[in-house]
Design a protein around this ligand. Structure first.
Ligand code: CA
Length: 759
């Protein structure tokens, strides 16, 4: 304890004795869990407990007492930001008028189901209490399948404000408002001015940033106010915010480049207003999804959103007639007014219409919205009868669909960005102009106005090449030593020569390893794997010659793999301009193998030659339990050549019926293969084996004397395009969950056997 030496006793008692006539508020400075425990038993209104600066390990704080409005009981830091709770630490609050501030949770994870819980146990909750200026960063269970909440609000009239929550990597909502007890319903909590920092793609359901209620209690009202929060790249899953209760207000929040939507999943009578969504054209950025009764969506600004389907800029769903509580209730009496949608690619109405979801929206109004698409593509898709939605007084620059034409007037629109950072029309001629789109006084909150002002906001992932360049010449363990000494973002530049790795090289930072002169540095390795990516690791290999001939004479070697089990941090792998050869000393020698639980944000192979490989190129098929989990979000294979590869080029697997994710995505373009995928150990008998991949584009490739492309569609209306390829045999596409013809687009492909084009 850095200040421990200043303390003569276990704790200090200071009688401030200024205000109270009969009861002096006490201030305790404590420097250990034991010292805290002693004072925590007898706290009374007006008392303050100060945690001495320092790092506390495994400190499970139970903070209870009965303060008053005028005299709350306070737990705070000696210096805000200098008190760190790590290891297996957490915080429970129970009682009344409790205030906690200034703490940081990092370098650990909670041993219980919540990092901060507004309750002691199932019965004993917090009321009129507040947690402010507190940080939880990268405080994730190392087993990402183990669920917890970082913050759970119970009780009533609590406030959670000016906090910083970023980097949750394990399963479970970042902040949950719980309604599973009547003492937590109609709670009037206030959640405001928080910074919800980047939440990486989780790769299955369970990655929501904020959830209010659950389906079971969704017909209860919550009266939770969510305002002035900043959601920065909250990319966990399709629901950034999941409202599952009634009478909540979500207003004046900013959603910045966040994949997914604010979803009114369950519960009635919620008000969504004055929110700003900036997608900046990022993949899968969405806006608001409407389900249930009496929802008001008013004066929201949405710009640059690319999302589609349930992740669209605006989605109004179909319901299930007499819906069970956990399915989809019909949209009724929705008001969607005075919103501005600029470059929102998709607005989907009666979405999800199918045999089960057949109840179309009724008694609803869409009015005085401004809809501008600078690419001149109108954004609406109607999936069913939308005559239950009255359109009135809307203006769009694009020609509306015929059935919406009476309520959407087409006008040329010129936009100008105002001082508040939002675009407004300058030339609306109609008399409606004064009341069209969002109001002039909408002011989006800035990142800087949220979170504790003493804690810097993260800058996101480290870019390749953002560090210094380390020049390396060939010599014993030269590469191993250089990697060990490098820092995040560095580039290791190899002079011409022969490099041999005696040991596995572990990558736990962002590193580029490149040849000074392309393909003049040759690398061999003696262990069963050359590079292993660990948490925090990202690897780019550029211009190398890598030869497997020094590798051990065992089956199952790999050039690159991730940690075999239990990675929690997403990674990136790039291989470019390289020659990878002779990975064939024994069978099943793979270029890359994902571990179970590992998740790549991106794997990109560009302009490489792969020659004589006895295994697969990319093995991304470790999540076989069919729970909607998968191993990579974006896989790009561009302008490579593959010769004599016994295994598959790609095995990419996402199983199950869950619809909470957007990926995987595969882009494969401009590649040439010869003798690919025909080895007897290639159990898929495929050159590409794609199961449950959501977005696939395979174009302009030449697959000669190679196994077929095999595509298995599962859930989520996957988009598959196989176009302008020269193929050995016709691709196989099957629908595993939907009746009828497959939905893939196969066109302008020619086939080696007969050289004819088949559409
Ligand atoms: Ca979800």
């Amino acid at each position: 304890m850095s200040f421990g030496k200043l303390l003569q006793s276990m704790f200090m008692l200071v009688f401030t004795g200024i205000i109270s006539l009969n009861l002096a508020a006490k201030e305790y400075l404590v420097d250990s869990p034991a010292a805290y425990k002693k004072v925590a038993k007898s706290l009374t209104a007006g008392d303050t407990v100060i945690l001495a600066n320092g790092t506390y390990q495994d400190f499970e704080i139970l903070f209870t007492g009965k303060g008053t409005k005028q005299k709350p009981i306070t737990l705070t830091a000696e210096t805000k930001g200098k008190v760190v709770l790590s290891g297996q630490s957490n915080l429970r609050l129970a009682g009344e008028y409790l205030v906690v501030s200034g703490l940081i949770f990092k370098n650990g994870y909670t041993p219980s189901s919540e990092v901060i819980a507004f309750r002691r146990n199932k019965k004993d909750f917090a009321y009129h209490s507040r947690v402010t200026e507190t940080v939880i960063e990268d405080y994730s269970n190392p087993d990402k399948r183990e669920g917890d909440y970082w913050v759970a609000l119970y009780g009533k009239h609590n406030r959670f404000d000016h906090n910083y929550l970023a980097g949750k990597r394990n399963k479970g909502v970042t902040l949950a408002v719980r309604l599973n007890d009547k003492n937590s319903q109609e709670n009037h909590h206030r959640i405001d001015h928080n910074y919800f920092g980047p939440r990486p793609i989780f790769g299955s359901n369970g990655g929501e940033t904020l959830r209010i209620g659950t389906s079971h209690h969704s017909l209860s009202n919550s009266y939770t106010l969510v305002e002035n929060n900043y959601f920065d790249q909250c990319n966990g899953e399709v629901e950034i915010v999941s409202v599952k209760s009634g009478k909540n207000q979500l207003r004046d929040n900013v959603f910045f480049e966040s994949r997914g939507t604010l979803t009114l999943r369950h519960g009635n009578g919620n008000v969504i207003e004055n929110n700003v969504f900036f997608g900046n054209g990022v993949d899968h950025t969405g806006g608001i999804r409407v389900i249930n009764k009496d929802q008001i969506i008013r004066n929201n600004y949405l710009e640059g959103l690319t999302g589609y389907r349930f992740g669209s800029g605006l989605t109004v769903m179909n319901g299930v007639p007499n819906s069970p509580i956990n399915r989809y209730h019909q949209v009724e009496n929705a008001l969607i007014a005075n919103n501005t949608l600029i470059n929102v690619d998709h607005v989907q109405l009666a979405a999800g219409s199918d045999a089960e979801r057949s109840a179309v929206p009724i008694s609803s109004r869409v009015e005085s919205n401004l809809i501008v698409n600078e690419n001149n593509k109108q954004p609406f898709t109607l999936f069913d009868d939308v005559s239950g939605i009255a359109f009135e007084n809307n203006v769009a620059n694009t020609a509306p669909l015929t059935s919406l034409a009476t309520g959407i007037e087409q006008q040329p629109v010129t936009l100008k960005r105002a001082e508040n950072g939002l675009l407004y029309p300058t030339n609306i001629s109609k008399n409606t102009s004064s009341n069209l789109g969002v109001s002039r006084d909408l002011t989006p909150i800035t990142k800087a106005q949220t979170g504790p002002n003493w804690y810097p906001k993260t800058t996101g992932e480290t870019a390749f090449g953002s560090g210094k360049t380390i020049k390396v010449t060939a010599g014993e363990d030269a590469l191993f030593t250089a990697v060990a000494n490098a820092e995040d973002g560095d580039v290791i530049e190899l002079a011409n020569g022969q490099y041999n790795a005696r040991k596995v090289i572990f990558i736990d930072k962002t590193l580029t390893i490149k040849a000074k002169h392309s393909q003049k540095a040759s690398l061999t390795f003696e262990r069963g794997t050359f590079f292993e990516i660990l948490d925090g690791g990202n690897l780019s290999l550029d211009g190398l010659v890598i030869d497997g001939s020094n590798s051990p004479d065992y089956s199952g070697n790999t050039l690159v793999r991730t940690k075999k089990w239990g990675m929690t941090e997403n990674y990136r792998l790039l291989i470019k301009n390289s020659l990878i050869k002779n990975l064939d000393i024994n069978h099943s020698f793979h270029v890359f193998e994902s571990g179970k639980g590992a998740f790549a944000n991106e794997i990109t192979l560009t302009n490489n030659d792969f020659v004589n490989i006895s295994g697969d190129i990319l093995r991304l098929d470790k999540e076989i339990e069919d729970l909607g989990v998968y191993n990579a979000e974006y896989v790009n294979v561009v302008n490579n050549r593959f010769n004599n590869v016994s295994g598959a080029l790609i095995k990419l697997y996402r199983g199950g019926s869950d619809e909470s994710t957007f990926g995987p995505h595969l882009l494969m373009t401009g590649n040439t293969t010869n003798n690919l995928g025909l080895g007897k150990r290639n159990s898929t008998n495929a050159s590409l084996f794609l199961h449950g991949v959501q977005v696939t584009r395979v174009d302009n490739n030449s697959l000669n004397n190679s196994a077929p492309i095999v595509v298995e569609h599962t859930v989520g209306e996957p988009i598959t395009e196989i176009i302008k390829n020269q193929l050995s045999t016709a691709p196989s596409v099957v629908e595993l969950r939907v009746e009828g013809e497959h939905t893939a687009i196969l066109k302008d492909n020619s086939f080696q056997s007969n050289k004819t084009s088949v559409k």
